[in-house]
Design a binder for this molecule. Structure first.
Ligand SMILES: [Zn+2]
Length: 111
């Protein structure tokens, strides 16, 4: 995993076409008691909602906390071994539960 340095951050900024993700939070490495989240491919009819929070993606995977129809969920965006973008969603929770899940993810207790 590449360290997050100034040069990388500057690279994101100079691109100018995307947010400077390295200013976004990074998910902590999974802890030894990390719980697996259930990730499923998004239902194409399900509302995608709007992004509330997001993490840095400089290690090849990033997460978004999204809100749709009064419920929130976490979206994981990564690239598979062929470089194809894979988007998967968690189950949907009410806001308070989702906030706790998001924090647990950031701290490495969920993955
Ligand atoms: Zn980063």
């Amino acid at each position: 995993m590449a360290p997050h340095g100034q040069t990388e951050g500057a690279g994101w900024i100079s691109r100018g076409d995307r947010p400077p993700r390295c200013f976004s939070p990074h998910v902590s490495p999974a802890t030894s008691h990390c719980e697996p989240l259930k990730w499923t491919l998004p239902d194409r009819w399900a509302p995608e909602g709007r992004v509330l929070e997001w993490t840095c993606g400089c290690d090849g995977v990033f997460y978004e906390l999204r809100q749709a129809s009064g419920l929130q969920f976490i979206r994981r965006i990564r690239r598979d071994e062929h470089g194809v973008e894979v988007i998967e969603d968690s189950e949907r929770w009410r806001a308070g539960v989702a906030a706790a899940q998001w924090n647990a993810l950031l701290m490495g207790h969920l993955r």
